[in-house]
Write a protein of this length. Sequence first.
Length: 316
Amino acid sequence: MKVFGLCCGRKNGNTEIMMAEVMKGVRSIEPQADVSFVNLQDTHIQACVGCETCMKKKIEGDYEFRCVHGVDKDHFHFIEMQMRAADAIVVSAPAYNLMPPGIMIKFLNKLHASGDYRRITQGVDICKVGACFSIGGTDWTDYIPNIMRMITMELVGVYDGVVDSAHFDFLPAYQMVVLDQKVLDRMYEMGVHVANAVNYKKETGKNAAFMGPEGICGYCHSNLLRVDAEGNVYCPQCNVKASVEVQDGKLKISFTDEALEKSRWAPYGQQLHMDNIAKGHKAAAIGAEKIKESVAGNYKDLIKELRMQVPALIKQ
Ligand SMILES: Cc1cc2nc3c(=O)[nH]c(=O)nc-3n(C[C@H](O)[C@H](O)[C@H](O)COP(=O)(O)O)c2cc1C
């Protein structure tokens, strides 16, 4: 069994210590398990520049193509290989500005440049097992647990593969998590859950049930809501419409199974997304001449005038 972790907090900091507990939990079930993690702070990940070459290559059926940044000029490919070999992936992050740190998002943005990685993981039968955890220095952390589950889902293939998640507040100082045995125990338990889920999937071909906090949305377990101008309420991660009642002055949110099947992450939503991308590109192709004329006539020179020349850096 290979369990691979991703960290992005301080070296030997809270999240690295918590990841170590997760791996101890894995080893308690599978003493010979291959357990390791990469801290993204040790890596060099080139930012995605949005060239869309990887998307175009995939549409052409070229799954060998890797990002123009290459396999050896950037650590994305190294991590991709770890993920490919893993039975389970554990993703961790401290809150930075209520969200995971930019380095984690920078890494996630490169996922399209991972050849057939998505194709070999995006399905309930073929996904990997995943789990995630996050912490904050205070309780300024509303988005992060939701985003963490979404990142984990992207890395393991589908939400069905995400079997556990946990979040803890009020841990600002370096290494102070060692003072909180409850947090450490919960991390160890996450490792046990992950190892059991890998074994369960190997034995039955099925995904273990989700063991984290249920949240509001039955699909992604988010506890966030979006309200549109007409007062309709949605899970903002899944774009699924909720039914809302007020009971004893409190909101009671529910989602029908039909609505949940239309989650943007379910096969229905994924197809709709692909169709919408294709529709957008078709509209651009039809309007290609007009786009060219308008940009040349109205924007090219103006943008050139506005975009600042940033100074060259002496030392990077
Ligand atoms: C740039 C930056 C932004 C932060 N933003 C938040 C925040 O929005 N909410 C919060 O609760 N903690 C925030 N923190 C605190 C960290 O989440 C906290 O220090 C955590 O313990 C770091 O984990 P680590 O030891 O694994 O690096 C921030 C820290 C940094 C460095």
